[in-house]
Each structure stands twice: as structure tokens, then as C-alpha cells.
Design a protein around this ligand. Structure first.
Ligand SMILES: O=P(O)(O)O[C@@H]1C[C@H](O)[C@@H](CO)O1
Ligand code: GUN
Length: 301
């Protein structure tokens, strides 16, 4: 196991605010993962709830379960297989996370995002994030695909930011800008590809808001979230994106609208995770196609 087993995860802050893997801890994990694959990916894709099928479409596929990576967290949510999948889209090497970590599983934000730093240390420079989300914008429908143009990081605004604690300048600066978190060029290219594929009718461009979960929202919360500019809501993504931007990665994000949020006290429909996974099955193929084309057509960084 290459000495990784023996590493001690340091408590990154003497003030008790955050605790994290050190640069050296993460580098050991990254070097270990590289020994398990022949791929040297520059592109990583984090697959959201029920959206792991993309990883199955890779050629030259190699899999590595999270439980077999020393000091890596494990997935606990249905719809998240819990493994890294390496392979190719066209002639480009990619790695997929088939399953991510959520704060509601009990992981702090920095731990939800730790795979992003591992990816960076493996040589990844472009991160794709996908998620299942509830539509708050009244014009959205179940099955819409939303390109994320910006986010509202609710846990982050309450000091549950993955970067809380000591800052290691080898990853990035103490106060990173988040003004252009989602890459404009990739979004423009995704729009062009989606229109060529005939996806125009269900393609959206919107703001994703992350909530801690695991409970779904009250009607009053949903009305508030719409008021502050939310188009879709979920329980992930922001820690990964903040961490990726901190270490200079290019980010592309996409949400699948798996349910529309009920904002009327007279409406007795209730959201549930089974519906989220079912919608994933319905539109996952289109989402996979769009991402595959985008990976093939985008310029390398
Ligand atoms: O991992 P994602 O954000 O796709 O998962 C969403 C949010 C919750 O984890 C779950 C709710 O059904 O799906
Ligand atoms: N918070 C939240 N996350 C979701 N993920 C998929 N649907 C939803 C939803 O309605 N609310």
C-alpha cells in the first residue's frame, strides 16, 4: 500500500476551526491513486445522484473503490457507487467520481472537497461537476438541464467553507476570488453543442444554491431562496467548486432538474430521493452525451 496507510491526518488548525489533510497527506494519496491506473487525466468529472452512468461509457475503463484508497472517505448515499473510474472519452483521458461526499453524511466541507485536491495533485486542471437539483425557478420543468452560471454557497456563507482553517499557499491564496467560478468559454461551447443536439428546449442557464440537507426545504425557505436569485437547489457541489477554483482549476457545472419545488401551501406533492433517482434515469443519457461532446470539443488548458 506504498506507505499511504501509515499517514496521519493532521489537524490543520490549532484554533480548532478547520481540520484537514496536509499537502503531503494529499500528495501521498494522489501518488497512490496514480499507481492504480495507466491514465494520466487532466479532466475530472464528479457524478451527481443517479448520474454515475457517464463513467460506464468510458473506454479503457479501470475502477478503484474509495474503500480501497487509504484515508479516502466512503460514499453512504443510494445512487453514489463510491469509486473512481478512469478511462477515455475519445482520445482524452478522464477520471470520474462515481459518487461524492455530502455534508449531510456528516462530512465537513473540507472533507467533501478533498478529492478535488487529490485530483489537482494528480495533474487534473479541469473539473466537471454534476448534480441532481430541485427547480425553484417557476419556468423550470422536471428533466431540464441547467448549466450552472453561478452559485450561492449557503453553508459557506455560515463559515462552513471548505477553505476555513490554515491556508497552504501551494494550493492557492488565502482569499480567492469567486467572481467567475464557472468558466464562460466552456458554458458558451456547451450551449452551442446542446443546440446542435436539439436540446435547446430543455437547456437552462441558472444559479445553483447549496443547502446543507438532508431534509428538503419548507415552503417558506423555498420562497426565500427564489427571492435571493436561486434557480435550482441541491446539497452538494459548492465545496468542490470553491476548492477547485482556489487551486486554479477550470470548472464547468451542470444540474439535472429532478423535481420541481412546491411553493404553494395548497399543493400536496412532496419531494423524495426516489423521484430524484428516477428522473436521473430519464435524462441521464442526454446529459452524458452533452458532457462527452464537450470533453471532446473543448480546448486543452
Ligand atoms: O450529489 P447530488 O447533489 O447530485 O445529490 C442530490 C442532493 C442530495 O444528495 C440528493 C437528494 O435527493 O440528491
Ligand atoms: N435541497 C434539495 N436538493 C435536491 N436535490 C434534488 N432535488 C432537491 C431538492 O428539491 N432540494
Amino acid at each position: 500500500m506504498n506507505g499511504v496507510v501509515g499517514l496521519t491526518i493532521s489537524t490543520g488548525s490549532v484554533r480548532g476551526l478547520g481540520s484537514s489533510y496536509s499537502y503531503e497527506d494529499l500528495d501521498k494519496i494522489a501518488q497512490y491513486v496514480l499507481t492504480c491506473t495507466k491514465q494520466r487525466p487532466k479532466i475530472a468529472i464528479i457524478c451527481g445522484s443517479g448520474l454515475g452512468g457517464l463513467a460506464e461509457t468510458l473506454s479503457e475503463k479501470e475502477c478503484l473503490a474509495y474503500k480501497d484508497i487509504p484515508n479516502f472517505p466512503v460514499s453512504t448515499v443510494p445512487g453514489h457507487a463510491g469509486r473512481l473510474v478512469f478511462g477515455k472519452i475519445g482520445d482524452k483521458s478522464v477520471m470520474c467520481m462515481q459518487g461524492r461526499f455530502h455534508m449531510y453524511e456528516g462530512y465537513p466541507a473540507w472533507k467533501c472537497a478533498m478529492p478535488v485536491r487529490v485530483m489537482k495533485l494528480m495533474g487534473v486542471n479541469t473539473l466537471f461537476v454534476t448534480n441532481a437539483a430541485g427547480g425553484v425557478n417557476p419556468d423550470y420543468h422536471v428533466g431540464d438541464l441547467m448549466l450552472i452560471k453561478d452559485h450561492i454557497n449557503m453553508p459557506g456563507m455560515a463559515s462552513n467553507n471548505p477553505l476555513v482553517g490554515d491556508n497552504d499557499e501551494r494550493f492557492g491564496v488565502r482569499f480567492p476570488a469567486m467572481t467567475e467560478a464557472y468558466d464562460k468559454k466552456l458554458r458558451k461551447l456547451a450551449h452551442e453543442i446542446a443546440n446542435n443536439l436539439g436540446f435547446g428546449d430543455f437547456l437552462r442557464d441558472g444559479v445553483y444554491t447549496m443547502l446543507g440537507g438532508p431534509s428538503f426545504e419548507t415552503i417558506a425557505e423555498l420562497r426565500y431562496l427564489r427571492l435571493i436569485g436561486t434557480d435550482a437547489i441541491g446539497m452538494s457541489t459548492c465545496p468542490e467548486v470553491v476548492t477547485a477554483r482556489h487551486c486554479g482549476m477550470r470548472v464547468f457545472g451542470m444540474s439535472l432538474i429532478t423535481n420541481v419545488c412546491v411553493m404553494d401551501y395548497e399543493d400536496d406533492r412532496v419531494p423524495n430521493h426516489e423521484e430524484v433517482l428516477e428522473t436521473g434515469k430519464m435524462r441521464a443519457g442526454d446529459m452524458e452525451l452533452l458532457i462527452r461532446r464537450l470533453v471532446s470539443e473543448m480546448e486543452d488548458e
